[in-house]
Every structure is written in structure tokens, then in C-alpha cells.
Design a binder for this molecule. Structure first.
Ligand code: GDP
Ligand code: MN
Length: 432
């Protein structure tokens, strides 16, 4: 349950359908996608998966070091004069991104004798795009692809749609650049085709999509087949998103998925083990990686008040009431109904190591979770991490007196609060 609510919170951060995103800290800018609890895989991994479903993808080979490149060129691309060198990060907008070392562009089309040089400048470097936030993402792998003659770039996606309660295919005859810009510039060119999950994709559905793409030269039937393969991949791999941008037409009349973003439902990890083994933690929010290791329900946000709460509902209420008092939460954190003292310590470490956190609000309603366990966890955590920000604590419920006594006897410097409202008010006041 808690995890499910956490997923909802995460999803609400990009969903315009879900009103909750207004209630919780909506960052003004930042790496929204990265905080979703949906597995995201690299382009080269996605290309491999798509080709297994019969989707046309450019021929490519991935390298993690400069010294592998000459062999790859010889073996995989003996006759290619030009190649596309693509940084592998779990964020879009690479083409228009900039490396912290000054190199412009995370995607380069180069002559074969320049591949080594340009890939060498990407590997091990940090790429900043409009989706990564200013901190950027490390490029640990580079995908070297054949250069295709792209005569037309389009947009294609399959997502889950609340309105039709099933998958919806979104297509646009213009693509390549960001869909946000396309949606603004050409709203009438975007078509949506909901698919009946029980019937599956019909010829009529596939035809609508292909018509919407307004193809210049690719064969219509082949293209409908490609759309069906993509739908097949979406369902069989438990995707939450398949986004191909650009879906391109090549000079020889083929439809090719030149770049793809694939997301997968975390709740399906048990039956998609091969896919979930592809998870790359080097691209994830470090706070969330640590929280997952301690089995905490945690989602990083961009505010200043670190929250430690038990129960997903109370955690949501805490975030709301912080907003109500003019503050913004730094995270969603539900330590769970029966967290161990160790988990509390880990949670506290994550909150205190977060530079954005300017105050910590602990809000515990002890039921199965006992207030004294939380109190001991906080006291013991404070022994190992130095607490530099104000700590506001509201305890209520099971063993509350014992919990309060533990905190008092520890002589920790904290601000006690009577209830949720009082706690939020004090936390916001403590920021000043
Ligand atoms: P993104 O910026 O992270 O979305 O990276 P993409 O993989 O989409 O690459 C950005 C752009 O590079 C695409 O929209 C294309 O215009 C171009 N591009 C990528 N591969 C090829 C290719 O094989 N041939 C040509 N001509 N252009 C390519
Ligand atoms: Mn792209």
C-alpha cells in the first residue's frame, strides 16, 4: 500500500491529470523523469529489446572505453564512412545538451576517423541537458550507430491513458525535437488512438496511427506492422511508456526507431527480471538508491523540509500541510508501519546528508510503529551524523511517553510540536 501511494506521488509529478501535483512540491525546474519509480533503460538496451520484437532499429554497438572503439569499428562497421556517436544517459535532450568539459552536444554525427576522438571526450564526462538538471548525468557508455539517411522525423509514443483506461498511441507527423515544443507549435498534428486492451491493436487502429504519421515514402503495410510490433512490446514487457523520437523514415523507405525511451512498471519487476536487471543506479537520485537499499518508501523532491513520517497517508498529509504553511517538502518518506531502529537511522542519514534540507520534520503517529523505536533511532542516528539543521518532532500514539522521555534524556536540541499543524508551522518558521 505504502509503495503504491508512493508511486502515485511520483507519477503525479508529471501527470497533468492528477491534481495532487499541485499539493506537493512541484519543482520549478529539474529532472522530473528521473524521480519516477518506473524503470528507465538506456537507448542501447531499448534498441536491443525493440529489435527482439521486430522493430527496425539502427545497427549499433555500445562501448564503455576508448580502447574498444577501433575493434568495434572494424568488426561492426567495416564499410561505414559516417557514424552517429551517442552518449548514454537516462535523460532526453542529449542532442542539445552540453558536457561540463565544454563539448557541445551529446549526439554527434562524425566521419569514422573522428569516432574515437569524440567518444573519448564523452566517456567519463558529465552531460547536462534540459532534463538532467544542472548537476547532469555521467556518461559511462557510448552507443555507436550506423548513420541512416533520415528523410523524415516523426514522433510516436504509447502511454497509459486515464481517460480511456488503457494504452493510447500518440503520433505526430513532426518529430525529432522535444514533444513539449511540438505540442505547443503543432497541437493539431498530434493524434491519439486509444487501444482496447482486451481486443489488442486492430488493423484499423494501426492504420489510423500510420495515417497520422503522414508518411512520405515508407510502405504503409510495413509501417502498420511496425506499429503493431511496438504495441506488442509495450504489453509484453509491462511498459508504462514507449516513446520513439524520432521515429524516422529512411531514404530506402523504411520506418526506423532512431531513438527510444522505454519505461517499465516497477510492480511488474517480478515477471520482467531480465529487463529489471538492466537498472543503472549511476543515473539515479543517490538519495533514492540509498532509501531503496534500506527498504524505505522515499521519493526525493526539491523543497527544504525533510520529512520522516510513518504511513503513506500521513506522509502525504504532512507534505500538504507544509505547503499550506508556505514551506515545501524535500521528500516523501514513509518509514513504514513497523520500521526497525536501523531503518530510522538510515532514513535520518538520508535526510541529513541532503544539502537542500534546511529543517527536518519528524511526524509519527504510533500504532504498530512505536514512538520509542523512532525516538531511539533518531538519538542513535544523531550520534553518527551531525545534525546541523533544526529538528521538529511530533510524536503521538503507542509508547509516546517513553518516546518523549528518550528524546528528552538524550539532551538533543529539538523543537517539540503538539500536533501536525503546530509541527508544520514550527518547521516553516525554523527555516528563517
Ligand atoms: P536526443 O536528443 O536525446 O533525443 O537524441 P536522439 O537520438 O533523438 O538524436 C537527436 C537527433 O540526432 C535526432 O533527432 C536526429 O535528427 C539526429 N540523428 C540521430 N541519429 C541519426 C541518424 O542516423 N542519421 C541522421 N541523419 N540523423 C540522426
Ligand atoms: Mn530523441
Amino acid at each position: 500500500m505504502a509503495r503504491r501511494v508512493a508511486n502515485v506521488v511520483a507519477r503525479s509529478r508529471i501527470s497533468s491529470f492528477y491534481p495532487l501535483h499541485k499539493a506537493i512540491a512541484a519543482p520549478k525546474s529539474g529532472p522530473w523523469e528521473q524521480q519516477l519509480r518506473h524503470l528507465n533503460i538506456h537507448e542501447y538496451q531499448g534498441a536491443d529489446l525493440m529489435s527482439k520484437y521486430g522493430v527496425n532499429v539502427p545497427k549499433g554497438a555500445v562501448v564503455s572505453s576508448r580502447k574498444e572503439i577501433s575493434t568495434v569499428l572494424e568488426k561492426e562497421f567495416p564499410d561505414n564512412e559516417e557514424l552517429v556517436v551517442k552518449s548514454q544517459i537516462l535523460a532526453g535532450g542529449r542532442g542539445l545538451g552540453t558536457f561540463k568539459n565544454g563539448l557541445k552536444g551529446g549526439v554527434h554525427i562524425v566521419k569514422r576517423d573522428k569516432v574515437e576522438e569524440i567518444a573519448g571526450k564523452m566517456l567519463g564526462q558529465i552531460l547536462v541537458t534540459k532534463q538532467t538538471g544542472p548537476e547532469g548525468k555521467p556518461v559511462n557508455k557510448v552507443f555507436i550507430c550506423e548513420k541512416l539517411q533520415l528523410v523524415n522525423e516523426m514522433y510516436f509514443a504509447i502511454a497509459l491513458d486515464r481517460a480511456s483506461a488503457g494504452p493510447v498511441i500518440i503520433a505526430c507527423s513532426k518529430g525529432g525535437t522535444s514533444i513539449e515544443d511540438l505540442a505547443e507549435k503543432y497541437p493539431d498534428m498530434i493524434i491519439k488512438v486509444p487501444i482496447n486492451i482486451h481486443k489488442g491493436i486492430t488493423d484499423a487502429d494501426a492504420e489510423k496511427v500510420v495515417n497520422g504519421l503522414n508518411l512520405k515514402c515508407a510502405d504503409k503495410n510495413d509501417s502498420m506492422q511496425q506499429v503493431k510490433h511496438l504495441y506488442d512490446l509495450f504489453c509484453k514487457s509491462d511498459c508504462t511508456l514507449v516513446e520513439i523520437n524520432p521515429l524516422a523514415e529512411t531514404a530506402d523507405g523504411k520506418l526506423v526507431a532512431a531513438d527510444a525511451k522505454l519505461n517499465f512498471d516497477d510492480n511488474a519487476s517480478f515477471r520482467q527480471q531480465e529487463i529489471f536487471a538492466l537498472r543503472d543506479q549511476s543515473q539515479e537520485d543517490a538519495r533514492e538508491v540509498a532509501a531503496a537499499a534500506a527498504d524505505l518508501n522515499y521519493i526525493g523532491l526539491d523543497g527544504e523540509i525533510g520529512c520522516m513520517v510513518n504511513g503513506a497517508g500521513l506522509a502525504m498529509a504532512t507534505m500538504d500541510i507544509i505547503k499550506l504553511h508556505g514551506g515545501s517538502p524535500a521528500n516523501f518518506l514513509d518509514v513504514g508501519g513497523n520500521a526497525s531502529e536501523n531503518q530510522v537511522i538510515e532514513a535520518f542519514k538520508i535526510l541529513t546528508s541532503d544539502k537542500k534540507v534546511k529543517a527536518i520534520l519528524v511526524n509519527i503517529f504510533g500504532g504498530i510503529m512505536k514512538c520509542n523505536v523512532i525516538a531511539s533511532g533518531i538519538v542513535n542516528a544523531a550520534k553518527t551524523v551531525s545534525l546541523k539543521v533544526p529538528l521538529i518532532v511530533r510524536l503521538e500514539g503507542t509508547n509516546v511517553d517513553l518516546g518523549k522521555r528518550i528524546l528528552k534524556e538524550s539532551k538533543m536540541n529539538l523543537i517539540a510540536a503538539d500536533d501536525l499543524d503546530d509541527a508544520a508551522e514550527k518547521a516553516v518558521a525554523a527555516l528563517a
